[in-house]
Design a binder for this molecule. Structure first.
Ligand SMILES: Nc1nc2c(ncn2[C@@H]2O[C@H](COP(=O)(O)OP(=O)(O)OP(=O)(O)O)[C@@H](O)[C@H]2O)c(=O)[nH]1
Length: 320
């Protein structure tokens, strides 16, 4: 940074600086006139020697990189003529760690921290402009945080859903089933599972092809999801295995739900628009409920064992 004179000797007037907009007091103008102006060649960075200062761009442009030290992953921003940077560092007396680089040959007005405070005490106009600027920045930051939060939530939901069927996936189950089991154990409320496996699905794939198999899986998932209460959860547990998680549901009620799912799957017209009628799908259903002292692992194992019995007994049926 090359010192090239004072603000009083530059062609820019106080009116051109956003922070001093509407300031007409000659005493304030005289104070700013004595402040240094520096020149930065394109590509050079501001080296403030660990000192908080206010910089106002007179000509050229600065690029401010996000403050990586503060965990800031935001966008870079540009500071154009009349705009300032460093005011927050002056106000909270903290180091400005964001890298500031000249995008072209740039002239900067440099106002030392003490002088900024003196100007704030003397100029109500400056104080008001500064507050407006900070308020604007807070709003912009809040909006950015809200956008990121929404995006984060969107990706979280995406990571917990199975793309083919739209059901929750195994990651969701691993996160939620222990919580549901713990809550049921604490409340003494029932918790039941129905484990579902499509029958002879390998044969279905082999006969009709993998794409038809995918469509059949998605159709079966939508039959199952559509037959559950809003408070139940449908999960794709594995390849052609699904799971209905039924909070507040006793073993008898869960068996009733499984019978309903079994019937609806049997009756579902899965491919109404295909020229050749495909065999309708059936499924086998294993029902289990949380036992006293049990946990999510024993519950899953019991549902799996019941499903095995349903397969062994001839498929297209419910075993509890
Ligand atoms: N199209 C398709 N097939 C899948 C998918 N995931 C698993 N499968 C198939 O599902 C079949 C499961 O076969 P098996 O485990 O032998 O069971 P099955 O043929 O259904 O026989 P049973 O369960 O005993 O009635 C395999 O052929 C897998 O390739 C998928 O996402 N899409």
């Amino acid at each position: 940074m090359e010192h090239i004179g004072t603000f009083g000797a530059s062609r820019t007037t106080l009116r051109d600086l956003h922070l001093f907009r509407d300031e007409t007091d000659p005493a304030i103008a005289a104070m700013v006139a004595g402040c240094a102006v520096v020149r930065m060649a394109r590509g050079r960075s501001i080296d403030d020697g660990g000192q908080a200062r206010l910089y106002i761009v007179l000509s050229g442009a600065l690029e401010i990189a996000p403050d990586a030290h503060a965990g800031d992953e935001g966008n870079t921003s540009r500071i154009l003529p009349g705009e300032s940077v460093g005011e927050q560092a002056v106000l909270d007396d903290a180091l400005n760690l964001a890298a500031m680089t000249a995008l072209e040959d740039t002239e900067l007005l440099v106002i030392e921290s003490d002088m900024v405070w003196t100007l704030i005490e003397r100029s109500g106009v400056l104080a008001r402009n500064l507050l407006r600027l900070l308020s604007f920045r807070i709003r912009a930051t809040n909006a950015l945080l809200r956008r990121r939060q929404k995006l984060g939530e969107f990706y979280r939901q995406l990571s917990l859903n199975d793309p083919l069927t739209g059901l929750y996936n195994r990651a969701w189950l691993n996160e939620m089933l222990p919580k549901l089991a713990a809550r049921a154990a604490t409340d003494g409320s029932p918790l039941s599972l129905v484990m579902i496996d499509l029958d002879h699905f390998k044969r279905f794939n082999d006969t009709h092809g993998h794409i038809a198999g995918d469509a059949a899986l998605a159709a079966a998932a939508s039959v199952i999801r559509g037959a559950l209460r809003p408070s139940d959860f449908a999960v794709r547990y594995g390849g052609e295995e699904m799971l209905a998680v039924l909070p507040d549901t006793t073993p008898d009620m869960a068996t009733g739900v499984a019978e309903r799912l079994c019937l609806r799957l049997r009756l579902a017209v899965v491919f109404p628009d295909m020229r050749l009628p495909l065999p309708h799908l059936t499924g086998s259903f294993g029902v289990a409920s949380l036992m006293p002292g049990g946990d999510e692992r024993s519950l899953l194992a019991a549902a799996d064992a019941a499903l095995y019995r349903a397969k062994e007994a001839g498929r297209d049926r419910v075993c509890a």
